[in-house]
Design a binder for this molecule. Sequence first.
Ligand SMILES: [Zn+2]
Length: 164
Amino acid sequence: MPGRPRISFITDSMLGNLARKLRLFGFDTLYYRAGDDEGLLHNFQERILLTCDRELYRKSVLRNRRVIFIERADDEIEALRRVFSELGMRPKAIAVRCTVCNGPLRRMSRDEVVSSNLIPSSTKRRYREFYVCTSCGKIYWYGSHWKSINATVDKLKEALETKL
Ligand SMILES: [Zn+2]
């Protein structure tokens, strides 16, 4: 799929919310719940590590691991701003990753949408684009949820422009 980002991330156990938000931008983002630093340091080397743990950050830098430090006090926009700013990227929401489980999304055909009993009839009539997570089965569509995503994108763009 065009526009799918190639950068991937892994977040420490404190940054589950940031992991979900990054998936809205299409990033393959693992949330490392286990919380042991060594596991994070030794595995997933191909992923950029996001952490709010100063000790883990320090160890990562010493080992030449790609890492971005997130302040624990950051709100969601500020945390995202750090990531996008650090990597010099423009934010764009893209429906390719499940925000819940990080599974890849697939566009549903009209027939699938019509025959699905997980989508309310009024929603089927109102929206044209539906996506399903190929891993957990969650269904997404461009409805009110998408409006709040766009609001997040706008706030993030503003933050990136004002704070360089
Ligand atoms: Zn999923």
